[in-house]
Design a protein around this ligand. Structure first.
Ligand code: NAP
Length: 281
């Protein structure tokens, strides 16, 4: 595995395993399969309602906790200092661990400054090794960066071949924040797995379009956490460190074809928040 070094010196695997939309009852099996396949970084969230499955897998896999890089996220209904603190304790309990490697604010809504202060406390107490944010656009990221004591180590944002986050990354790079991709396959939308450009490039290296998409991000210094409930795909998705893609400029150019898709994704984030309880999943 290759690693990035975060702004506080902590090492984070460049590739991990995501469990968004993995059913709670399947999560333990999926994470155990991922661990057997070689994944050591796992990304979950309070909102995924499967932290317990992740915790059970980590407790039962037979490997020491220190071998793993474990990430979870505070959901918007737990925003604010007191609620966030209680929710972090709850996450630790469900994950069956006494520390997290990375904790993120899931989305920048509600009193996320209060949430961040709670996270800073856990960080200072040694219960979280790194703290950061997710879905923070450049304006909100810069605001928090300037007015927080512990600078966000990671910003996990939608990043893939059709949404390369070029502007956001300029700001993150300037202030030493690691970009992490969610949806490295665009969640399968926009025909990514059969995209002719990705497929053609992949053929040169005997790789699939999925592997080409991941390799593109890795070579762009983006941390990735692909999700699959299928072991064969888990194997495929981690098998991306034995080749160097030469056609990066063609890949950079693919972004323009995703414009229509982008509009629809932005709308879906707003719809997620604009519900009675502010929660949809
Ligand atoms: P993704 O990884 O881009 O795509 C997952 C989809 O691709 C699933 O439908 C999966 O199907 C399919 N797939 C995976 N590998 C494949 C392969 N090799 N060939 C063909 N199909 C393949 O989407 P994601 O799960 O949304 O994103 C990854 C992780 O990012 C999440 O699990 C989560 O941890 C995180 N995330 C964070 C946020 C946030 O707001 N911070 C939002 C979304 C996601 P199967 O499972 O059926 O194989």
């Amino acid at each position: 595995m290759e690693y990035v070094t975060l702004n506080n010196g902590i090492k984070m695997p460049k590739l991990g395993y995501g469990v968004y939309q993995t059913a709670p009852e399947d999560t333990k099996r999926c994470v155990l399969d991922a661990i057997e396949t070689g994944y050591r970084s796992i990304d979950t969230a309070q909102a995924y309602q499967n932290e317990s499955g992740v915790g059970d897998a980590l407790a039962e896999c037979g490997l020491p906790r220190e071998e793993f890089f474990l990430t979870t996220k505070v959901w918007i209904t737990n925003a604010g200092y007191e609620k966030a603190k209680a929710s972090i304790e709850e996450s630790l309990k469900k994950l069956r661990t006494d520390y997290l490697d990375l904790l993120l604010i899931h989305q920048p809504f509600g009193d996320y400054y209060g949430t961040y202060r709670a996270m800073e406390e856990f960080y200072k107490a040694g219960k979280i090794r790194a703290i950061g944010v997710s879905n923070f656009g450049p304006d909100r990221y810069l605001d928090l960066e300037h007015f927080s004591e512990i600078k966000p180590a990671v910003n996990q944002v939608e990043t893939h071949v059709f949404q390369q986050q070029k502007t956001a990354r300029e700001y993150m790079q300037k202030y030493g924040c690691q970009i992490e991709s969610w949806g490295p396959f665009a969640e399968g939308k926009n025909g990514l797995f059969t995209n002719p450009v990705l497929t053609e490039i992949g053929k040169k290296y005997e790789k699939t379009a999925a592997q080409t998409a991941l390799r593109f991000l890795l070579q762009s210094d983006v941390v990735v956490i692909p999700k699959s409930v299928h072991k064969e795909r888990m194997k495929q998705n981690i098998d991306v460190f034995d080749f160097t893609q030469k056609d990066m400029s063609i890949m950079f150019a693919e972004e323009k074809k995703g414009e229509k898709y982008l509009c629809c994704m932005k709308k879906s984030i707003l719809e997620t928040v604009d519900t009675e309880q502010g929660i949809q999943f």
